[in-house]
Design a protein around this ligand. Structure first.
Ligand code: G3P
Length: 221
């Protein structure tokens, strides 16, 4: 499964990229606004920090003509950019136009299987199923992800299923188990994926036993 970091903060991207396991970055208007920096400069810096990574950057208009102008502008900034488009009627028309032109798209704010079908049929590169926001209203957001993965596999769509609005490591485990292609999450969630108490206990014991034995890897001088 591909691992993306969900942020507009270049320092967080830098930290996530240093592990050498990052496949991409997702931004959204809220995350970019939070960064306090310019949209284009932030996205280009993120492309530089994640060579070869898929970098999603979102249009903000809601009428087809302006969305198309924004999408072509954003796509022109860097070949790693994936244009993020909300699941609204003009958005689906836009995704069809962009995919016909070979421009990669990430359809965002997807919450249902029927929405995912529309995105897949328009030729979306990524379908961003939000789970946390569904959990927030006492429903299980991972159900739509599992259904979307089945749909993509059953009908042979090229779209990849991206699990978004990830709130905790269990969402990542569930995303893996339902066969999602990508999960995007805040840096702090990625940091939690490293953690296991038995790893800490085990390493502490290894090092204590090693030290007690007075051993060294390097020849003693
Ligand atoms: O970037 C899309 C999505 O992951 C944001 O989700 O619910 O954490 O704001 P949320």
């Amino acid at each position: 499964m591909k691992l993306f970091v969900d942020t507009g903060d270049v320092a967080e991207v830098q930290k996530a990229a240093e592990w050498g396991i990052l496949d991409g970055v997702t931004t959204n208007p809220t995350l970019i606004a939070k960064s306090g920096k310019g949209f284009k400069e932030t996205v280009l810096k993120i492309c530089e920090l994640v060579p070869g990574g898929d970098i999603s950057a979102e249009v903000v208009a809601t009428d087809y003509d302006t969305m198309l102008k924004e999408a072509l502008e954003i796509a022109s900034w860097h070949p790693q950019i994936v244009v993020k488009v909300p699941l609204i009627e003009p958005g689906i028309s836009l995704v069809k136009t962009l995919s016909d032109r070979g421009i990669r798209t990430n359809v965002t704010l997807v919450f249902s299987l029927s929405q995912a079908l529309l995105a897949a049929k328009a030729g979306a590169t990524f379908i961003s199923n939000f789970v946390g926001r569904v959990d927030d209203i006492s429903d299980d957001g991972m159900n739509a992800v599992a259904d979307t993965v089945n749909m993509v596999n059953n009908f042979g769509f090229d779209s990849e299923v991206l699990v978004a609005s990830v709130r905790h490591p269990l969402h990542v485990v569930q995303a893996i188990n339902v066969g999602a292609h990508i999960a995007t999450m805040p840096l702090k969630i990625i940091e939690m994926l490293f953690k296991h108490p038995l790893t800490d206990i085990g390493l502490k014991r290894f090092l204590a036993d090693w030290d007690q034995a007075g051993l060294s890897i390097f020849p003693k001088s």
